[in-house]
Design a protein around this ligand. Structure first.
Ligand code: LLP
Length: 437
C-alpha cells in the first residue's frame, strides 16, 4: 500500500527507493517511513473535517512515533501535537514546534513537567485527576498566569479492542468518571479555580477501533453530560475532544472504517445531539496517532538462522524482534511480511518469524507465507509505523535501529542507529585502564 511497489528486479520499493539498496546503505534492522503516506493521512483528516463545516483541530498523538523530523512534518501539515511527557515536549520544542499548538496529556504529570510546560507556554493541559487540578491551579496562581485546560472524562464505554489499549471504561486509571459524578465535581472545581480556563472536555475510548459505535455511544454520553452541566452549572463547553483510536489495516483480516467515514459518523452524531439538546455545536478536536503513521512504516530485517522442525514448523530468525517491535509479544498483534529482495518468487512455504531476543515470546509473526527463505534474504514487515520505534527498547542490549524517511526516490536518516557507545553512555566506569573514556 501507500507508495510501495515491486521493481523489475523483484525488489520492494518504497517511496521510490529500493529496499535492497536501503539495507545496503543503512544496514538492518531499519525502520522505513513513506513520508508521502504520512502527509496524505494528515491531509485526509483535514479534508474530511473541512467537509463537515465544524470548527476543528487535529493533534497528532506523538506517542505513536516522534522524532524531530516527524514533529517538523506534523507542523508543515498544519496539525497540532499531543504530548504525554516532558520528553515528548522537549523533542517537539527542539524541533521548533509552536508551543501554543501543543497540548499535554497524562495521568501523572510531575510538578517539574507542569513547570516545563508552563515555561514553554503550551496551548493547553488535558487535566486527568483532582490532584492535578489542585497542583495546576496552585502553580498558575503562583506564577500569575491563566492556563487553558480540558478535563479528561471517562464515559463508561468499552471500545472493542485489546484490554491494554481500552481506556473509556469506568474502571480505568484515566480521567474523571462521569457515572459516579466525579466528572461533574471536576468541572465545578475547574470553574471555581480562578487561574484555570476550562475550554471543554476530552475523552479517548481506546485504540485500534474499527467500528463507529464506540464513538457514537461515547459522544451521546458526553453530550448529555455537557447538557447537564449547562443546566446545572450554567457552563457551556467550547471544545469537545474525542481522542484518537482510529484503526488501521495491519493484515488482510482487518477491515477498519476509513478516516472519512469515522469523521462523518462522529460529526453527524455531534450535530444530531446538539440539535436535539439545543446545545451550541462545540469545536471538535481529534488526536490520531496510529492512523497517521502506522501504515507508513515498514521494518526491514535480514534473515539469519533458520530452524526446521519437520511437520511442526520452520523458525526463521531475523536480526531484530521485540526490541524494535514489542507489539506481537505484548498484545499478540498480527503483522504481514514479504521478502523484500525476492518479492515475486513463486515457490512458497509457511514459516514463523522469530526475533533474536532471549525469550520464547519474541516471535514477530506466526505462520507467514513467504518464498522459500535463505539466510541473507531481506524481510519487510509492513505497518510498523505506530508504536514500533516509540516502544523500542534495549533488551539484551540490542541497539535501536535507524529510522529513514523516503520520498520521491530520496532517503534520509531521521534517527541514527544506536551505537555501542550509546548503550553504555550512562554506565559509570570504575575499572582502571578501561578502554572506554
Ligand atoms: N489520545 C489519547 C489520550 C491516547 O491515550 C491515545 C493512545 C491516543 C490519543 C492515540 O491513539 P491512536 O490514534 O494512536 O490509537 N501501544 C499501544 C497503543 C496505546 C495507545 C495509547 N493511547 C499499541 O501499540 O497498540
Amino acid at each position: 500500500h501507500g507508495n510501495s511497489r515491486v521493481d523489475h528486479n523483484g525488489h520492494l520499493e518504497i517511496g521510490g527507493c529500493s529496499t535492497v539498496q536501503l539495507a545496503e546503505q543503512y544496514g538492518t534492522p531499519l525502520y522505513i517511513y513513506d513520508e508521502v503516506l504520512i502527509e496524505s493521512k494528515c491531509r485526509e483528516f483535514h479534508e474530511a473535517l473541512k467537509e463537515t463545516g465544524l470548527k476543528y483541530q487535529v493533534a497528532y498523538a506523538s506517542k505513536a512515533f516522534l522524532c524531530i523530523e516527524q514533529a517538523r512534518l506534523i507542523e508543515r501539515e498544519g496539525l497540532c501535537l499531543d504530548v504525554v511527557s516532558s520528553g515528548e515536549l522537549y523533542t517537539a520544542l527542539q524541533a521548533g514546534f509552536p508551543p501554543e499548538k501543543i497540548h499535554f496529556h497524562g495521568n501523572n504529570k510531575s510538578i517539574e513537567e507542569i513547570e516545563e510546560a508552563l515555561d514553554a507556554k503550551i496551548g493547553c493541559f488535558v487535566v486527568d485527576n483532582f490532584f492535578e487540578l489542585e497542583v495546576l491551579q496552585a502553580i498558575a496562581e503562583d506564577r500569575g498566569v491563566y492556563v487553558s485546560i480540558l478535563l479528561r472524562v471517562t464515559p463508561g464505554v468499552e471500545a472493542h479492542t485489546h484490554e491494554y489499549v481500552m481506556t473509556g471504561q469506568e474502571d480505568s486509571k484515566f480521567g474523571f468518571d462521569i457515572t459516579s459524578g466525579q466528572a461533574n465535581e471536576a468541572v465545578a472545581i475547574s470553574l471555581d479555580s480562578p487561574n484555570l480556563k476550562l475550554l471543554g472536555i476530552h475523552s479517548h475510548i481506546g485504540s485500534q477501533i474499527f467500528e463507529p459505535d464506540g464513538f457514537v455511544h461515547a459522544i451521546k454520553i458526553l453530550m448529555n453530560f455537557l447538557n447537564a452541566l449547562k443546566n446545572e452549572l450554567d457552563y457551556t463547553a467550547e471544545i469537545l475532544n474525542v481522542g484518537g483510536g482510529f484503526g488501521i489495516r495491519y493484515t488482510s483480516e482487518d477491515e477498519p472504517l476509513s478516516i472519512v467515514k469515522h469523521i462523518d459518523q462522529i460529526t453527524s452524531i455531534i450535530k444530531q445531539q446538539c440539535e436535539e439538546l439545543s446545545y451550541p455545536v462545540p469545536e471538535l478536536w481529534l488526536e490520531p496517532g496510529r492512523s497517521i503513521v502506522g501504515e507508513a512504516g515498514t521494518t526491514l530485517y535480514t534473515i539469519g538462522a533458520t530452524k526446521n522442525l519437520p511437520s511442526v514448523r520452520k523458525y526463521v530468525s531475523v536480526d531484530g524482534g521485540m526490541t524494535d517491535n514489542i507489539r506481537p509479544a505484548l498484545y499478540g498483534s498480527k503483522y504481514e511480511a514479504m521478502l523484500a529482495n525476492r518479492a515475486n518468487d513463486e515457490n512458497k512455504e509457511v514459516v514463523s518469524i522469530a526475533g533474536k531476543c532471549c525469550e520464547s515470546g519474541d516471535m514477530l509473526i506466526w505462520d507467514c507465507e513467504l518464498p522459500v527463505v535463505e539466510s541473507n534474504d531481506l524481510l519487510a514487515v509492513s505497518c510498523t509505523g505506530a508504536y514500533g520505534y516509540s516502544m523500542a527498547n534495549n533488551y539484551n542490549r540490542i541497539r535501536r535501529p535507524a529510522v529513514v524517511f523516503v520520498k520521491d526516490g530520496v532517503s534520509r536518516v531521521v534517527v541514527q542507529r544506536e551505537t555501542y557507545k550509546d548503550l553504555i553512555k550512562n554506565d559509570m566506569i570504575y575499572i582502571e585502564n578501561s578502554s572506554i573514556r
